[in-house]
Ligand binder design. Structure first.
Ligand SMILES: C[S@@+](CC[C@H](N)C(=O)[O-])C[C@H]1O[C@@H](n2cnc3c(N)ncnc32)[C@H](O)[C@@H]1O
Length: 243
């Protein structure tokens, strides 16, 4: 046996904080709960992430892709790949140390195989992923209004009937474009907001009520999170907060 034959052990999910990124406890919980519930209920479908940065949320999603389900991630990885000047500026300000190689080596510390990696603009994603194939789409790429509304339209096209979209940074002070695109989708495209955390809005163009009520019931016994419902623009959504 040579040194090259020795396969290093994989890191376990509790080591996720060794990866730089923005993916907080409440959302780790909601991702895990949603994706596990879909699997337990026999909901099949692919997983998609737009905007991976160094892989923090992608690594967690990777644990939930069952045999036969494809996990695709999409990122520019490089400001020189940006589709316009405003995106290139955003890349240089927020992600100066990002490379595809950093993402891939982080991912392979936790998983034996990479997901399908699309290097390019999220606006092209519908030419890589089949319509109505995804049970879960995480939108966490551009913060610019004109891109986010295209990402949301793509999610609508790519999701299965009761598939769920998660929209990052829908309320941060530095991301008004995400907020505008998110609530525009709620008010004009039929996106139903189901769950809100501090960072993300989870919604569906399918059935919302059963999903929301199941999570609300589950949270009554959660040690660190609690939920409360609120009616907003004709929708009953669940706000999730830390105790
Ligand atoms: C907020 S970070 C993603 C964070 C990551 N999901 C995590 O959990 O740490 C946003 C990512 O989106 C990428 N990005 C920005 N604009 C994009 C675009 N138009 N198309 C594809 N990726 C884009 C950036 O390169 C960056 O890696």
């Amino acid at each position: 046996m040579t040194a090259q034959d020795i396969v290093p052990p994989l890191l376990t999910p509790d080591r996720l904080d060794e990866v730089e990124g923005w993916f907080f406890d409440a959302d780790r919980f909601v991702f895990g709960w949603l994706l596990t519930r879909q699997r337990d209920q026999g909901t099949r479908g692919d997983l998609l992430e737009l905007g991976v940065y160094k892989g923090k949320s992608a690594i967690l999603m990777g644990y939930h892709a069952a045999d036969g389900e494809r996990f695709t991630v999409c990122d520019l990885f490089d400001a020189d790949e940006a589709p316009d000047d405003s995106t290139a500026t955003e890349m240089r300000v927020y992600y100066p140390t990002l490379t595809r190689q950093v993402f891939e080596s982080n991912y392979l510390r936790f998983h034996r195989r990479l997901p399908t990696v699309i290097q390019g603009s999220s606006s092209e994603i519908t030419s890589h992923v089949p319509a109505r194939s995804c049970r879960f789409v995480h939108i966490d790429a551009s913060h610019l209004y004109h891109h986010v509304r295209v990402d949301i339209a793509a999610a609508r096209e790519l999701l299965t009937e009761d598939g769920v979209v998660s929209l990052d940074d829908f309320r941060s002070p530095h991301t008004p474009g995400v907020a505008a695109a998110t609530w525009e989708a709620v008010l004009t495209t039929g996106l139903k907001p189901v769950v809100l955390t501090e960072s993300k809005l989870y919604g569906t163009w399918g059935s919302a009520d059963v999903l929301r009520d199941a999570l609300a019931a589950h949270l009554t016994t959660h040690p660190t999170l609690w939920g409360v419902t609120e009616d907003v623009a004709g929708h009953t959504l669940l706000r999730v907060h830390a105790r």
